[in-house]
Ligand binder design. Structure first.
Ligand code: ADP
Ligand code: MG
Length: 733
């Protein structure tokens, strides 16, 4: 807790939260409800609930984020001797003076002294109660960092506690818990201490698991581990505790990863219990005709994933497959083939993309491929006029449309499919969990609605194919995506030349413009990506317009276009069409072109202020070039000086074009939370295990999970109840 004010103890701290045994949904913090109307939680309890602390076992598993060492006191003179070293120290002394001064601004200056010296405490914001606590003559125990101030060493806003002289020091490190404003640490400590003393925590891991797959870990019993982490003994290896490498932490992390594995595997099994329309591949149908009409041959990797998908779709259980392939690896065609298989079997297919530009491009491409073969394709996007939208929706509902392509508009309630058999989500990481679930629910609205009442009754859902160019490092795939089957396209279509990436200081803009000129003179096309301005869309737009005007002026003999997010969809589409048809040589764009856009003749990309973009975004952007046979170049313009992470990101981009390597470094720089985005991981985010350091534990968790699911269903229940409580559904999207 930041040392701003002494812990204020709530009035209700005299009795610990009500006793409730075991892992049952309990009433942790009931004591806090004393005085509140029956059935209405007190604010302290409500806040505990907000932290997710509803049951005793939740409290017990709420572990310290760090510790404070209050077990020793330094004489004031010694403490002053170490001022300015960035150390947190604890001293004790009697208040010799307490003054409130008004200049330069209102503050309270308190002096305390012991036998060895005197120390100044300074408080800029303070309550009346604090002034009282620190009245002259009071004995204070003070913790904080000593700085060399203008008038000698002082502590600014230390943590202060009034004590009786000679009061015993705690023998254990003091835990500091994750909290929200309004729940004092002292309250959390009491509530957790109470829960710890009355929660039995029987072992959830069966002996054959502990002695089998987990034997090497030599796990300690959970209750001991929890006790150690909440109230560490004085001789504990403090470093291991803070670094979370202590054996007690290992047990916690393993348990947590195990719960995640169990949950994911169970939802995978549950899906196998559901039914989906089997649509085995049929010779001589649309699929065959389409393959015959393709102007190129599928790569080996494409053929392999097409087989994997075809097999899944032939089964009477819903496919739940992630198709991964670096930008430009040719995922669209794979999706189209899957759609053909569904249509051949008499079903409809839907393809959803995160942006209109991308969805529209898919629509153009797929309708050009499929309509000549007699397949009606409809386009559904938010920007359509109401009437057009209604017409499209009607075709989907009547079954006349065999393939529907669009944005989120596809999953609106007004859109009902007659016979949806396959849903494809492109660039799936850009969608939220809820949106993906909604598309899955489109199959048969009645079945979905009846799901609640009918209980386990077989539910029909469409096959689902998710596509992503953001490669997921193995550890993440094993944890967050453990319930997905994954297909990987690990080969680019032939004839591509790798993109050469160069870093260019912003000061050399004229040279960059000259290069653009050359490229265009050679008949090639150029993307010019405008800087990302996160704080303001308006400013970003303004910059884009200015860049556009500058380039129009600098390159009078070239046709320059501008595309940005605020452009009406029809105009956006027109500009893209002009660029695709080579009527524009230079396309100035904001990040709206980030995903999916495919213009093979474009071979030069300029990204301004590249240091402002994330790695994944830069990789996606760069993937827009290098799609044809001409050698492609990506110029990353930056403004000096670069921050250390900015420098690291740009160096990564220069060094590699391998999406997996980039993702791995991105994960290292950002950590899994940001990597996945909060909305994807939901509340299922791992709290204790850290995939950078604990990935090796995932293998153990996986093996243990398999054995438990096969042989110890009751232990599975108990473990999941303890670790996830009612939160399991977050994992299932
Ligand atoms: P992404 O995986 O990034 O979505 P696309 O599906 O947009 O990639 O494909 C990129 C380009 O490669 C497209 O122009 C597509 O037509 C072309 N392509 C796909 N597969 C092949 C192949 N086997 N041989 C040649 N070109 C291909
Ligand atoms: Mg794509």
């Amino acid at each position: 807790m930041p040392g701003t004010a002494p812990d204020r103890t709530p009035e209700t701290n005299d009795s610990p939260p009500a006793a409730r045994a075991g892992d049952k949904p309990g009433r942790a913090g009931k004591a806090a409800a004393k005085g509140a109307a029956a059935g209405k939680p007190s604010s302290a309890m409500a806040r505990l609930h907000k932290l997710g602390l509803k049951r005793d076992v939740d409290l017990v598993l709420h572990l310290p984020m760090r510790y404070e060492d209050e077990t020793t006191l330094l004489p004031i003179a010694d403490a002053i001797g170490r001022a300015g070293m960035g150390l947190t120290v604890q001293v004790e002394g009697v208040v010799t003076s307490n003054e409130v001064s008004l200049r330069p601004r209102r503050q309270m200056v308190v002096k305390i002294a012991d036998d060895t010296g005197e120390l100044t405490l300074r408080f800029i914001n303070f309550y009346g109660s604090q002034a009282q606590l620190m009245a002259e003559g009071a004995c204070l125990r003070v913790r904080g960092e000593l700085r060399g101030g203008f008038f000698g060493a002082e502590m600014v806003h230390p943590t202060v506690r009034a004590v009786t002289p000679g009061e015993a020091l705690p023998e254990r490190l003091t835990p500091v818990y994750p909290s929200t404003a309004g729940i004092p640490q002292s309250y959390l400590r009491k509530a957790i201490g109470g829960a710890l003393s009355r929660t039995p925590l029987p072992e959830t891991l069966p002996v054959p698991v502990l002695q089998g797959p987990l034997a090497q870990l030599k796990l300690q019993a959970l209750p001991e581990c929890l006790r150690l982490l909440h109230t560490p003994p004085q001789d504990v290896d403090e470093h291991a505790l803070i670094e979370r490498s202590h054996p007690a932490w290992q047990r916690i992390k393993l348990d947590e990863l195990l719960a995640q594995q169990l949950s994911l595997k169970r939802s995978q099994a549950a899906r196998r219990d559901k039914s989906a329309p089997p649509m085995p591949r049929r010779a001589g149908g649309l699929l065959t005709a389409f393959l015959a009409a393709l102007p190129f041959k599928l790569t080996g990797a494409q053929q392999r994933v097409v087989e994997e998908i075809a097999r899944d779709m032939g089964a009477p259980h819903p496919m739940h497959r992630l198709l991964q392939g670096d930008v430009g690896s040719g995922k669209t065609i794979v999706a189209a083939l899957a759609a053909c298989q569904a249509i051949d079997a008499g079903y409809q297919a839907a393809l959803m993309a995160p942006t209109e530009i991308l969805a529209e491009q898919h629509y153009r491409k797929l309708s050009a491929w499929l309509e000549p073969l007699g397949v009606p394709v409809v386009w559904l996007a938010g920007s359509l006029k109401t009437r057009a939208k209604r017409e499209a929706a009607a075709k989907v509902e009547s079954g006349e449309a065999k393939l529907a392509i669009g944005t989120h508009a596809l999953i609106q309630d007004s859109v009902k499919f007659a016979r949806l058999g396959l849903s494809v989500v492109d660039e799936q990481h850009r969608f939220g969990v809820a949106q993906r679930l909604a598309l899955r629910g489109k199959a048969d609205p009645d079945a979905t609605a009846a799901q609640g009442k009918a209980g386990k009754a077989a539910q029909t859902v469409p096959h689902q194919l998710m596509m992503s160019a953001t490669p997921i490092p193995r550890t993440l795939a094993m944890t967050y995506y453990a319930d997905l089957d994954v297909s990987v396209i690990d080969e680019l279509p032939p004839g591509r030349t790798p993109v050469v990436t160069r870093l260019v200081n912003d000061a050399r803009r004229d040279e960059v413009i000259a290069r653009v000129h050359h490229a265009a003179a050679d008949g090639r096309q150029v993307y010019w990506v405008c800087p990302l301005i996160e704080e303001s869309e308006a400013l970003q737009l303004q910059t884009a317009v200015e860049t556009y005007e500058t380039l129009v002026a600098a390159l009078p003999e070239l046709k320059v276009g501008l595309v940005h997010g605020r452009l009406p969809p029809a105009e956006k589409a027109a500009v893209m069409e002009d660029f695709t048809a080579n009527r524009l040589q230079v396309l100035v764009a904001t990040t709206v072109i980030e995903v999916g856009v495919d213009v093979p003749n474009a071979s030069l990309m300029v990204i301004e202020h590249a240091e402002r973009f994330g790695l994944a975004q830069l990789h996606q952007l760069r993937g827009r070039v290098g799609r044809g046979s001409a050698e492609s170049v990506c110029l990353l313009m930056y403004q000096a000086p670069l921050s250390p992470t900015g420098r690291e990101r740009l160096a990564t981009m220069r060094e590699t074009t391998d999406g997996f390597e980039i993702a791995r470094r991105d994960l290292q720089i950002r950590g899994p939370g940001e990597f996945l985005g909060a909305r994807q991981s939901g509340e299922a985010m791992l709290r204790f295990a850290d995939l950078n350091t604990d990935a090796w534990l995932v293998d153990y968790a996986q093996e243990a999970a398999e054995l438990m699911l096969a042989r110890f269903p009751e232990a599975v229940e108990a473990h999941l109840l303890r670790w996830l409580g009612g939160r399991e559904h977050y994992l299932k999207a």
